[in-house]
Ligand binder design. Structure first.
Ligand SMILES: [Zn+2]
Length: 374
């Protein structure tokens, strides 16, 4: 239903000549709208109506964007203006239909009045399966979930802002916000969503796909295993770390950052859990006691983990997290922000050299000595 209205609007936009004075703002608005960023869309359309106050189409889109961001009174005002300015055009007809739809949404309006932390019904979302999507904002994030999953994701939503702040401290930097988390249940996992179909099939529970987008599978669809809410919380913290790293735009001499990204994420992921559930240097020392390394270097660790065809017999999370604990124990608790700062305008490998005075092969040897790995 919502989707059909949206497509009709797209048709309008393509069919009508753009008004010269506000074309850039208008097009930026429709792009943001299509991406589901209704707050940005609202800003662009507000600029478009300032530039061309008589442009009924911009008022219509502004009304739609305001409606999607939950500002229903303002939405009503913009749609009324589009209706008035539109005369007997199709724009006016759509404004009238949108106003009538708004009146049917009155119960939702009461829910929206609870504040930014409550769920807001969105309906269909372009590129996602299902007609019953809801969105809920936190301070730094926006969580998208279907009607039946809202209760299940509550714990992880409640912990998201803390996970963000833990990552700020750990990385010494911030990621752009809001970060969108899309939650998918067992019957329609991330890779089956039309919008994310190009990502291929993986076993991941969470996947950071962009600077501001993270996909969450609420169950392990490969093993049909249920995931506990606390585990979702840990996955979200892990993926947030990847998003922080995406935002830094680091390069690598060997074109391979994954091992470092995973070492960072595994090392911070459980900090959002109670202390009793967190790894410590001592628990890692115990886990690695007697371990014989079979890898040429750290990069090989992740290549094996990421191969779906392999059976997996190693605890990659401990192995990878132990790299960061070793760096912090040997080079200071601020080793990570120092490396990231030094790597920012060169490469990760030069970052290690500049911040710690060691190259990666030397650090790999030191790590083995540190944990008595053979
Ligand atoms: Zn990861």
């Amino acid at each position: 239903m919502v989707r059909r209205t949206f497509l009709l609007l797209m048709f309008f936009w393509l069919a009508l000549p753009a008004t010269a004075g506000n074309e850039a703002s208008f097009q930026a608005g429709t792009r943001a709208f299509e991406q589901g960023d209704y707050q940005a869309a609202t800003r662009h359309f507000q600029r478009a109506v300032q530039q061309e106050p008589g442009d009924a189409l911009s008022h219509l889109w502004l009304g739609m964007a305001l409606q999607r961001s939950g500002q229903l009174d303002h939405a009503r005002a913009s749609l009324s203006k589009a209706l008035r300015l539109g005369g007997d055009s199709q724009v006016a007809e759509h404004a009238r239909a949108a106003l009538q739809a708004l009146d049917r949404l009155r119960p939702v309006r009461q829910e929206a009045a609870l504040g930014p932390s409550s769920w807001r019904r969105v309906g269909a979302v372009q590129g996602l399966l299902g007609e019953d999507w809801y969105v809920r904002s936190t301070r730094y994030s926006r969580v998208w979930a279907r009607h039946a999953d809202r209760e299940y994701v509550k714990e992880f939503v409640d912990n998201l802002d803390r996970a963000y702040e833990i990552n700020v401290d750990f990385m010494g930097t911030r990621a752009g916000t809001p970060i969108n988390f899309y939650c998918f249940s067992m019957d329609s996992p991330a890779h089956r969503q039309p919008r994310f179909a190009g990502l291929g099939v993986t076993r991941y529970l969470g996947m950071a796909v962009d600077r501001d987008t993270c996909l969450m599978n609420l169950s392990n669809w490969r093993t049909s295993q249920h995931i506990e809410p606390w585990e979702l919380t840990r996955v979200a913290c892990h993926e947030l770390n990847h998003i922080f790293l995406h935002n830094l735009n680091l390069r690598s001499t060997f074109d391979n950052l994954t091992w470092f990204a995973e070492a960072l994420a595994y090392s911070i992921e459980d900090r959002v859990l109670p202390v009793s559930q967190q790894r410590s240097l001592e628990t890692m020392r115990l886990a690695l006691r007697g371990y014989t390394s079979v890898d040429e270097d750290w990069r090989a660790l992740v290549a094996e983990r990421d191969t779906d065809e392999y059976e997996q017999y190693r605890t990659y999370d401990v192995l990878l997290a132990s790299i960061i604990s070793f760096l912090q124990a040997s080079y200071g608790p601020d080793a990570v922000p120092r490396i990231l700062r030094a790597a920012r305008n060169s490469t990760l490998e030069e970052g290690f050299q500049a911040a710690l005075g060691r190259d990666v092969p030397t650090l790999h040897r030191e790590w083995k000595t540190f944990y008595r790995i053979r």
